[in-house]
Design a protein around this ligand. Structure first.
Ligand code: AHR
Length: 492
């Protein structure tokens, strides 16, 4: 079979936007085995840990440079009462986790434990406050407890609980999915609630807060319009949630690892579809805020499939294959293209839930194919984007076509080129019109089938390998990209 072809023309512009590192952010909710077992095992666990947080997981996460971590939810955030999660652990009251699996939350992982995790990961905390079932006072007290250096009751309670120095909490969300699990509010009502709660998210000491309003569900541009019109001067970021589902249909269906080419194609097609959706929300934001002062914060995104057979449906535990890796890479290329509006994105979720980086099984853990995309693409964090024209042959399945090749280039200490070939049947010959640089090194993520994934017995089955199929030609480089692959190339 002949190779498909693609040509990437570059239009370097020093004024082009920078990829905010926070686009490579994460999300960890009290849901299933994300926090308990995935992160928190407790100080007495046989699993090696630092103050109760498992070491194998923090070591793996440090290697992907997580810039920001959103917590404690998700839907859980709007029924979380932070005071239940401070003080001696054995005295903390439990709470019924009504959203996720009907389990009793012990509150053993609370504010101190989360902020310790962030310090262990060198990650900025993004805390989501409770608007749905919490009070303004509760939210105000939480911010003061964490960030104030003063000699007043909240910081003194923090000191009594073992933390002298105030933490920095640079990102704070005022409610989650307030149109749904966060309170079923109408946008006009939430806009008022946002204004009220946000007023009491105070700046203490020198902690500067980037305020994030709850954003739209998927294609609901009316939510974005109403929030921008009524509250944009009081927010720094407006959220958006967009999950990638088979046939873009709720409830989620389809196995994460047992699928054919139809489902492979569909998920990659749906991944490309997030771009017009983002553009429709940006158009609403631009009408009110043409200077782009308010950032778009895509604080939940990723694939959402049926849970693994035999697991609690409320735990949202899914495996992760090469298909997820390509989907993530396509998302990042889209986020880079809109770097002048997107200030943050948080994949859902970090461990054992939805499109996870890491899966655990008792003391064992594995890195998923999605993890490897975050690891390979971390060089894009903070890079200046290079405007591109990508002319690609199509990858067609039945009567639908998508671009076979997706690409992105950023410049920082080197020139980094990432490429995706969505076609599982044909290699791609890609001409990259870069001049004045030399090829240094490359890595590629491929599998032995479209469903390739890692298991606890073969945790490195899908992992990056060295890639050298790059040759210099007149006016650029030729890259021979294998079928169904993601590559990262360094030019210096
Ligand atoms: O990520 C799982 C859930 O998806 C979150 O709790 C919620 O915000 C969204 O509906």
């Amino acid at each position: 079979m002949t190779n498909l072809t693609a040509r990437i023309s570059v239009h370097p512009d020093p004024a082009a936007p920078v990829v905010n590192p926070n686009i490579y952010g994460h999300f960890a909710e009290h849901l299933g085995r994300c926090i308990y077992e995935g992160i928190w095992v407790g100080e007495d666990s046989d699993i090696p840990n630092t103050r109760g947080i498992r070491n194998d997981v923090t070591e793996a996460l440090r290697a992907i440079n997580i810039p920001v971590l959103r917590w404690p939810g998700g839907c859980f955030a709007d029924e979380y009462h932070w005071m239940d999660g401070i003080g001696p652990r054995e005295a903390r009251p439990g709470i019924y986790n009504s959203h996720w699996g009907g389990v009793v939350e012990t509150n053993h992982f609370g504010t101190h434990e989360f902020l310790d995790l962030c310090e262990q990961l060198n990650t900025a905390p993004y805390i989501c406050g409770n608007v749905g079932s919490g009070t303004v006072k509760e939210m105000q007290d939480w911010v003061e407890y964490m960030t104030s250096d003063s000699n007043s009751p909240m910081p003194n309670l923090r000191r009594k609980n073992g933390r002298e120095k105030a933490w920095k909490v640079p990102f704070f969300g005022v409610g989650n999915e307030s149109w749904g699990c966060g309170g079923n509010m109408r946008p006009e009502y939430y806009a008022n609630e946002y204004r009220r709660y946000n007023t009491f998210v105070r700046t203490y000491s020198d902690n500067k807060i980037y305020r994030i309003a709850c954003g739209a569900n998927s294609s609901d541009t009316n939510w974005t319009r109403v929030l921008m019109e009524n509250a944009h001067t009081q927010m720094n970021g407006l959220a958006l949630h967009k999950y990638t589902l088979i046939k873009n249909t709720w409830p989620p269906s389809g196995s994460a690892t047992e699928f054919g080419e139809a489902e492979w194609f569909d998920i990659l097609d749906q991944s490309y579809q997030i771009e017009p959706l983002i553009e429709s929300h940006i158009a609403e934001m631009d009408r009110v805020d043409p200077e782009r002062k308010v950032g778009m914060v895509i604080d939940e995104w990723g694939t959402w499939m049926a849970v693994e057979p035999g697991t609690n449906p409320g735990f949202l535990y899914q495996q992760n294959s090469l298909r997820d890796a390509l989907s993530a890479a396509i998302h990042f290329h889209i986020f880079h293209r809109h770097a002048n509006r997107i200030s943050m994105a948080n994949i859902a979720q970090t461990i054992n839930v939805l499109q996870a980086m890491i899966l655990t099984d008792g003391p064992r853990m594995l890195r998923t194919p999605t993890y490897w995309v975050f690891e390979m693409f971390k060089v894009h964090q903070g890079g200046t984007t290079v405007p591109l024209t990508v002319e690609s042959d199509s990858y067609s399945y039945e009567s639908t076509s998508i671009p076979a090749v997706s690409g992105s280039i950023t410049i920082s200490d080197a020139t980094y080129v990432s490429l995706v070939n969505t076609d599982p049947n044909r290699a791609a010959t890609v001409t990259v019109g870069l001049t004045g640089v030399s090829f240094d090194e490359g890595r590629v993520l491929v599998g032995d089938s479209i469903t390739a994934h890692n298991t606890f017995d073969a945790p490195d089955h899908v992992s990056p390998r060295a890639f050298k199929a790059v040759t210099e030609t007149d006016g650029g480089f030729l890259v021979e990209l294998p079928p169904a692959s993601v590559a990262i190339l360094t030019f210096r």
